[in-house]
Each structure stands twice: as C-alpha cells, then as structure tokens.
Design a protein around this ligand. Structure first.
Ligand code: GLC
Length: 727
C-alpha cells in the first residue's frame, strides 16, 4: 500500500543533495586490511598517532550547531557533536546526531527526517523485529544525511512515570526495555552507523538532572536500571555508551569508577567508548581514570588539560591509548572507516513514512472497549472530533529528541526550525484519515478549548472522539500524572453529552483518567509519529487490529507512586538559575513499576503488559523444560479476526529471595488467524531469574522453587507451573 507524503517543497528536495563530503585520505594503509580484527586494526593506527592526535580523538570541538553563534568546524555535519578525525591516517571525523525518534536538526540544513513513534510507543509493540526496523530507519537516514554516529538509544527505565523523557525510553521493566532498546540499536548499527546507549545511569528524572545524586541499593540497581543497560549493551554491542549528568551515590556518573570501570567495562565487558553527555564532564584526571573515554561537546577537560596530565604522569599514556583504542575499534567494527557515509543521497521519505506507520500500528494500545464500541463502522453517520489539533496533526516529543516537521509546526507554521522545548505537531491529521474511513459521515472538529461547545457537538453526533495530550520534553518533568489543562473536565463533559465517547491519548507516558468509567473506548497512541494520523484511523475503524501492550503501569493517582512528589520539584533555583544539590533516594530499589504495585498490593488503573484486541485468545498446555530454562505453551485465536498476541512469561523467585513480586523473563509476539493455534517455545535467560549478590559481586541463581506463569498481561497469567532449580 503506497502512502502519500505531504508534498515536500521542491526547494527542500533540491538542497537535500548538498552536504560537504567527509575528508578521508584515499591512500592505502596496512590497517585497511579487513581480514584483521577491529582491535588489531585499531592498535596499528595508534602506533602511528602523535600525542596530539591521541588527544584530539577523545574530545569534541564545542557546541557548534547546538548553540547560536558558536563556531562550526568546516567538516562538521552540523549535528549535536563533532570530533575531528585524522585524515593522514584515513580516520574519518565523527559526526554525531541526536536521533532518538528520528534525526534531529534536519531542517537547519534543509534536510528531511522521518519522525518515528516515541520509543516508549515502539516498546508497546513488544516486537523485536519492529525495534530493529525502527533503528534501521534512523541508521538509513543518518547515513543519507552524512552522519556516522547516532546518540539515541535511551534506556533509563521508568522509575519516575512523570519523567519528561520517558517518551524517549522503553518503559519500566529492564528485560523489555533492554531487549527493545538493544534491538533498536542493533538495527541502527546494521546500517553501518555507530550507535550508543544512554543515559548511563539512573538519569530517571529531569528535575535537577545536572546536580541530583541518585541513591539505589547496589543489589537493587544491578537488578533494575543497570540490568536494562546490561541487556541493551549485550544485544547491540554499541559503539558508545553516554554517561549521564547526574551523580550516583554523590559521584558524577561521568567520573564514577564503580559505574564505568567496575560495572560497564569489567562486568558488562563493554568494548566501545564512554562519551559524556553534553557538559557532563567535571574533571580531567578523575574522569580519565574512572573510565570516561570522550568529552562532549567540547575540550575543557580532555583537550590541553588531558595532554598536560599525561605529560605530568597523572594520567598514564596507556589510558589515553585505551580511549583511542575503544573509539577506533568501534569505527572499524561498525564499518564507518571501510564504508564512510556518502551524504549525496536523499532519505527515502516514503519508506520512512511506511515504516513509521507500521510501527505505530503495532504500538497503539487498546485500553478499553465497552459495548463493542470499537472498531467504528464506516457507515457511522456523524462523528465529533475534539481536541489536540486532531484536525491538523499529531503531537511529538521535545528536547534533543525533537524532529523537525516537514512544512513546519502545523500549529505554528512560522519559518525556521522548532525552538527548544517548543510544542510541535506534525502534519499527520487523524481527522483526514477518519474522513477517509467514513466518507459519508458528517465529521466536525472542535478545538476542545471550551467544554460546553465540545459537549454540544458531541451531543449532536453518533460518536465523539476526544484527543487528549500530554506535552513532554527534555529538561522538565510533569508535576503530576493528571492530564494538563482542563482535559479531564473536557472528557467528562463530552462523555456526559454522548455515551459513545472514545478517548485517544497522545502522551509521553502514563496519565491518570478520572473519567475512565464514563467513556466506552480508550486508545493509547503515545507520540504517534509521521504516520500516526492514518495509524490511529486504521485502528479506530478496524483496518488494523490493535496489538500493543503497556510497557509502563498506569497508576490511578500520584499518591500510589513510590514517590508521590518528584524529588527537587519544590526546590528553588539559586541566583545561578540552578537547583542546589539534592538526593533522590530510590528506596523502592528494584520494585519499579508493576513490581512496586504488586509488592504494595496497590491496584493500578491499567497494569504493565495490558492491552486489548478486536479478537480473543486462549492459553493452554504450559510445559516447563530444561530445568526452567525453556517453556512452551499454546495460544489459540478464539475470535473472528486475525490478530497478533503478545504472550508474557513471568517468574517468581523462591521465598529466600524475599521478592514480593514476579519478574518478566520472556515474551513473544504471535500472529494468529481466526481459530488458529500455535505452540510457542521460549528460552528463559537464567540471568533474568538471578539475584545480584553484593558480597560476591555477581549474579547467582538461587536454589529453590520458581513459579513460572504465562498470560496476556502482568495481572492475567492463566498458566502456571512450579519448577525446582538446584544449585
Ligand atoms: C542533551 C541530552 C542528550 C543529548 C545531548 C546532545 O543534553 O541529555 O540526550 O544527546 O545533550 O544534544
């Protein structure tokens, strides 16, 4: 099925072609021999490098295109960061681009980039192939635009459901988040573009991110936040890992020896390099010895000061050469030396749109469908569409993940790219595609700014569809899970006027829904991406059967969260416009998300792993094999239409583990025709059932009785078997 794109201005397409080609020496070097390993090739280059070149490779050149008026190096591709290469040795520059949900800053150079759905949305698909597709779209477009590195790959778990950047991450569970983000980055690197995983670690809120000190019990940290990183890095083998702004146990993450050397490099076996978040470097010697390998975006600490530290013997030359080795071996391993991006090609906007729409169609979660309200019929006579600019477009997330909309922000189409933290809507109108689905219906739009007028329109329509939104961006958290503005009142007024009310959520994460009982249908579409309008209409009218399941718990109220208030939220900024230092004590430990609600016996609004379909499924015949390392079970589509079912496998540890919750240990997405049955066989990684023993500094599988359960959601696991695992 071909999709029409909003017509790209010809001028834009014409200019897409010109970007300065990277300067890479063409002469032959011994390390060009591709039969040699990346590590051997890297060492061969290092032998030829001068001290200045060894230093040059481990830092950026400044804010460049990210800061108005800052100098931009001639070969910079005008992305988020730039490190000068060594042309005489055939080592290319490193041109890094923010690309969490699509390549950022494209419009500044009259380029086009595909806006994918939020990564939290993609995580809702639980589709590993879909995650790889997601990353390959970004990798493909980075290459076409002349970049050779992405700095997307956020995997900080949703410890704080009001975190402004949850839309850029992959949810609350380390196994799901790590698996989806790892495969996304694997897909990106499959395009021979270097990827990264970020923000390492515990950057779980934006409030005071540059000064807060996160405190998590060591055991709990390894079984939660750090496990997500361990899984993602293990799958993706990324070129980079970006250390975060915050402190961990009072030591900045980018100079934290425990996090960088002990855990990341020794325990995880990470072979790539650690780059700092932008101005997250705070020292030269301490950071270098703690395991930082590259300062970004500038050279305050790893430029001349690092050379002096080497000359004074404060930092061994071997440590700097290790930094160079990690960078160079990653460049060889991913392929950016042997196959440098040639930015003369234009991104394929049609393929990008198609892929983004497919991913969104798999990501939409059907949360409620009472009285068979959905799917809507194409013969519906009148539809009221209310709120969130649904006549014009769909919401996107802000900050360094902001992608530039083709033709400009549909709610403020002034020239130039969106400003930092601006609320940006993309030209993918749900109303346009709803019209296509019901061409005979009377379809009217109401802005939703006045509840009474919205209710009047709803009253005179067969169906009312209310689009609600939660604008989220980097640098700021939501104060509450409640929808911003008067949206709760709007939904209640519309539902009072028309019992056939459907709510479509466009949010950065979980929100509360005091009106949930009053409406017939609820869809969570996250930030829907450039294909979102059509994807939403396709699900509303049943062209697509929804299959997404929640990667985050939706709580009923803020008071049910481990932290009813975000730490630091009420602190006052000093004269320097910065918050004073403060601690964030994550006393809940590994009890993140559903593990918290289960251990506290709190009923959430919608549980982790929950999602409805237009068909039904039945589970049966669970078999546990290989001493708990493998399970098989059957799923049958007991309904009348095809669908994809996400099956979830949970494990509860022996009592000795003292965990009052179960853990996700495996999952799969199964396509089933009506009446079709399939047997699903899944491996369980023993790591996911292991506990971290601090005294042994290692994971261990405790002996004892493990209860394995299988089903459609964390709160619905009809199949159960206990398996005894010996030491
Ligand atoms: C930002 C973000 C990081 C981004 C970088 C470059 O502050 O924390 O995710 O990649 O700076 O824009």
């Amino acid at each position: 099925m071909k999709f029409r794109l909003p017509a790209l201005p010809l001028a834009m397409i014409a200019t897409l072609a010109f970007v300065p080609a990277p300067v890479v020496a063409q002469q032959h070097h011994p390390w060009d021999d591709k039969t040699l390993s990346p590590d051997v090739r890297a060492d061969m280059v290092i032998k030829e490098m001068t001290l200045d070149e060894k230093i040059q490779l481990v830092h950026g050149t400044g804010w460049g295109a990210l800061r108005e008026g800052d100098p931009i190096p001639p070969r910079s591709n005008k992305g988020a960061g730039y490190t000068e290469g060594i042309p005489r040795l055939g080592i290319p520059d490193i041109n890094l681009a923010d690309s969490a949900v699509g390549v950022r800053l494209a419009a500044t150079e009259s380029r086009y980039a595909t806006l994918l759905p939020s990564t939290l949305g993609a995580a809702s698909s639980w589709d590993v192939q879909g995650a790889q597709l997601y990353g390959s779209v970004i990798g493909r477009e980075l290459r076409a635009q002349g970049y050779n590195m992405s700095i997307g790959g956020g995997v900080d778990i949703t410890r704080e459901p009001r975190n402004g950047r949850n839309f850029e991450y992959a949810g609350e569970d380390p196994v799901l988040a790590g698996t989806m983000t790892g495969n996304l980055m694997k897909g990106l690197q499959s395009q021979q573009i270097m990827g990264d995983i970020k923000h390492y670690a515990y950057n779980d809120q934006e409030t005071g991110r540059e000064i807060l000190s996160a405190h998590v019990d060591k055991k709990a940290g390894r079984e939660s936040d750090l496990l997500a990183f361990q899984i993602a890095i293990g799958i993706a083998q990324p070129a980079g890992v970006m250390c975060s702004y915050n402190r961990v146990d009072s030591v900045y993450a980018c100079e934290n020896d425990y996090l960088l050397n002990d855990v990341l490099k020794k325990d995880f076996g990470f072979k790539g390099w650690v780059l700092s978040d932008w101005e997250a470097t705070h020292s030269t010697v301490k950071a270098a010895l703690a395991g930082l390998d590259m300062e970004m975006p500038g050279l305050d600490y790893f430029g001349a000061p690092l050379k002096q530290a080497v000359e004074k013997g404060e930092v061994p030359l071997s440590r700097v050469e290790d930094m160079d080795h990690r960078i160079l071996r990653s460049m060889f391993a991913v392929g950016v030396v042997d196959n440098p991006p040639m930015p003369r090609s234009v991104v394929d906007p049609f393929k990008g749109l198609e892929d983004a729409q497919h991913i969104e169609e798999e990501s939409i979660v059907l949360l409620k469908n009472a009285n068979g309200a959905l799917p809507l019929k194409s013969t519906v006579r009148s539809v009221a569409i209310i709120g969130s600019h649904a006549d014009k477009g769909i919401l996107s997330g802000g900050g360094s993940a902001q992608v530039d909309p083709p033709g400009g922000n549909v709610i403020d189409p002034r020239p130039g790219e969106p400003k930092w933290q601006e609320t940006v809507y993309f030209p993918s109108s749900p109303m346009k595609y709803i019209r296509k689905q019901a061409p005979e219906a009377k379809i009217e739009f109401n802005e939703g700014t006045d509840a009474a007028s919205a209710a009047a329109l709803a009253k005179s329509s067969d169906v009312a569809i209310v689009f609600v939104n939660q604008v989220m961006h980097e640098g700021e958290d939501a104060k509450t899970l409640s929808l911003p503005g008067n949206q709760d009142e709007l939904v209640s007024a519309v539902a009072a006027a028309n019992p056939h009310t459907i709510v479509v959520l466009e949010t950065g994460g979980p929100v509360t829904m005091p009106w949930a009982e009053k409406v017939e249908g609820i869809l969570s579409t996250w930030y829907p991406g450039i294909g979102g309008g059509e994807a939403i209409a396709n699900v509303l009218f049943g062209t697509v059967n929804p299959s997404g399941k929640l990667p985050v718990t939706f709580a009923k109220r803020d008071a049910d969260l481990p932290h009813p208030e975000i730490a630091g939220m009420n602190l006052k900024e000093g004269p320097d416009h910065k918050l004073p230092p403060f601690d964030v004590n994550y006393t809940e430990g590994a009890k993140v998300g559903y593990k918290w609600y289960e251990s506290q016996h709190i009923q959430p609004l919608f549980p982790f792993g929950f999602g409805l379909s237009y068909t039904t499924y039945a589970y049966s015949d669970l078999k546990v094999k290989e001493g708990g390392k493998e399970v098989s079970f059957s799923i049958k589509n007991t309904g009348s239409r095809a669908g994809a079912e996400i099956a979830e496998v949970y494990g509860a540890l022996p009592k000795a583990a003292g965990e009052a919750y179960k853990r996700l240990v495996a999952f799969d997405r199964v396509d089933l025709a009506p009446g079709e049955s399939k047997t699903v066989t899944l491996k369980i990684d023993p790591l996911y059932l292991s506990v971290f023993l601090v005294d042994k500094d290692a994971f261990e599988l405790l002996p004892g009785e493990y209860r394995l359960t299988v089903g459609p959601s964390s709160d619905k696991t009809p199949l159960e078997q206990t398996v005894s695992i010996r030491k």
